[in-house]
Write a protein that binds this ligand. Structure first.
Ligand code: SF4
Length: 295
């Protein structure tokens, strides 16, 4: 793991039994398996316990503001097509505060991989109810049980246009690693939800046992159903969790492919100055023009 981690920042801040570290390990293993050039991979996180991932990963990494990792990652990708940009963050950050960015990046099929660690609450701020908290679960702000319907994250991603959608848990490390690798190598907006325990604020409050017992419940309560209709994989408190690869669409143009096609149609050969030509500032375009003229 050492080549992938900023060891000088250790020990990390995650609680014993937290599932986030397992997801980091699976992500690093996926990079290793895929033999990625680490100079061409960037990680972006938002705020929250999962948002700390960017601080520990030894890649170009960015810890952005709350809910904004996807627009930041989109900008990074648009300014450097050679980068593989990965967003790793939590359910509160990505789906509540950043929910609008999530659905529009999926709609546009921006070439990003988004890994959402879903621990069913806003953990870093004290265990408040979040967009993934199951109905009837206890949280700091729902002491009598949550009465709001949570998002079904795979259904949200799939209906917004994601080309790859999967859900695993932090127990299913081999399958999760392979799924992350698949998501990383597929062009377009790819999404992996990872159900992971937050023993300090969610599982303890809901009397779900120790982290080991929670992992045991993932073993007993998960059903692998590849190709399941995402609209049928809602999570209920204490109910079965459907996991697997739900969506894998081939051939859908990415945001930049669609942009290039539109610009080629409109500008013809002029667009050949460089695919990113029109995305530069006026000053940068003048420099490109000068270099093209060799003056
Ligand atoms: S509060 Fe929960 S999510 Fe945050 S580090 Fe601790 S166990 Fe993990």
């Amino acid at each position: 793991m050492e080549p992938f981690l900023r060891m000088d920042r250790f020990p990390h801040i995650w609680c014993p039994g937290c599932g986030i570290g397992t997801v980091v390990t699976c992500f690093a293993d996926a990079l290793k398996k895929g033999a990625f050039d680490l100079d061409r991979v960037a990680v972006v996180s938002g705020i929250g316990c999962s948002g700390r991932v960017a601080g520990y990963i030894k890649l170009d990494s960015f810890h952005t503001t709350h809910g904004r990792p996807i627009p930041f990652a989109t900008g990074l990708h648009l300014s450097n097509r050679k980068l593989k940009v990965v967003v790793i963050s939590g359910d509160g950050d990505l789906i509540a505060i950043g929910g609008n960015h999530f659905i529009h990046a999926a709609r546009r099929n921006v070439d990003l991989t988004v890994i959402c660690i879903n621990n069913f609450n806003y953990a870093m701020t004290g265990g408040q109810v979040g967009p993934g908290t199951p109905v009837s679960a206890l949280s700091t702000t729902t002491p009598f049980g949550n009465f709001e319907h949570p998002f079904n994250l795979p259904a949200l991603a799939a209906s917004s246009g994601a080309v790859y959608v999967a859900r695993w848990t932090s127990l299913h490390v081999r399958r999760l690693t392979n799924s992350i690798l698949e998501a990383l190598t597929k062009p377009g907006f790819t999404f992996v939800e990872v159900i992971a325990p937050c023993p300090t604020l969610y599982t303890r409050r809901n009397k779900l046992g120790t982290s080991i017992e929670v992992l045991g419940s993932y073993r007993d309560n998960c059903e692998i159903r590849h190709g399941a209709d995402p609209s049928t994989v809602d999570i209920t408190f204490g109910g079965k969790i459907v996991i697997g690869k739900f969506v894998d669409v081939a051939g859908k143009p990415t945001f930049l492919e669609s942009l290039d096609a539109a610009m080629q149609r409109a500008l013809g050969k002029e667009y050949g100055l460089g695919k990113d030509y029109y995305m530069r500032s006026a000053g940068q375009r003048a420099l490109v023009d000068r270099e093209a003229r060799h003056d």
